[in-house]
Design a protein around this ligand. Sequence first.
Ligand code: SF4
Length: 357
Amino acid sequence: MRYVRCYLTREQIDEKRRAMGDTSQAVAQKTVSDEVCLEVDHLRMSFPLYRGLMKRKVGEVHAVQDVSFTVHTGETLGIVGESGCGKSTLAKCIMRALAPAEGKIVYKGTDIARMKEKELKPIRSKITMIFQDPFSSLDPRQTAESIVGEPLKINHLVHSKEEYNARIDELFRLVGLNPAYRTRVPREFSGGQRQRLGIARALASDPDVIICDEPVSALDVSVQAQVINLLEELQAKLHVTYLFIAHDLSVVKHISDRVLVMYLGRVMELANAETLYENPLHPYTKALLSAVPISDPKVEAGRERIKLLGEVPSVLERPKGCPFCERCQYATDRCRTEVPALKDCGNGQSVACFLYE
Ligand code: SF4
């Protein structure tokens, strides 16, 4: 059986609820404010590479190279790329699980890139994460209540047992879980419900930014749309900002306001979601988009697939020039020696490719 993803627009969700006689709560409309919530400026992160018995340093892996972008409050920025492109390292730097080698991470006007652990403490509760795998990211021995309640206790956000219980109930309801399930352990929940627990935990400390690290890729296709729709609903209600990391462009398209495409640690293209899908510029973005399945079999049969040449280069043999030059059908000698800068092409679209100078 072939599943086709079905995402509902906000209007369709409203309509469905009305049809079911649910007049209790209108779905809030998402708003993106002018305020910049997060700014990443020329961020770099590399790891030393050791080999042999003596652990000799043989090189460096440049996981994130010169990455810059801004995200507005209430916005969703999709970050897309193949595995190993640096998106998870970027997320860890923003969470400050890693200290970046260079560059700035400005959260609400303050650079947190070089902050000490003590200074970071109040910020940790404001930038949280939803993990990829709801099966391994939850402690199998903890009850659902203690999983969701942990950030409340760590950050001293509740001051009495009553307040704690009321907040747990509220968080369970927010993510569509029955508060009566609070004493259950993770194995008693389905995959989708476990990810809802993960979402409730990320929401517990009332964050401004949530980094969603491939939050639906470990779920059944039939459940993915429910989780995506829930994330959208929560964003509209709570005005939270998302960085949504994925390798699947069809998921990112639905939820993102803008999309950033990464390859070998660098930004290849950044554009509004609509512009990117209607008019991709970078050869890598075009190739990724040509691999996204389309539900209409006629359109699917008639469209051109762009095959990428070769494989992703090894971490030790990264190209000197454009990171994509070994797989690009338009590569010239210049592409093999010079790194193209990210250039503004107008209409909110920037691309790092010599074809658009
Ligand atoms: Fe291809 Fe050159 Fe553009 Fe890189 S800069 S994507 S190699 S044409």
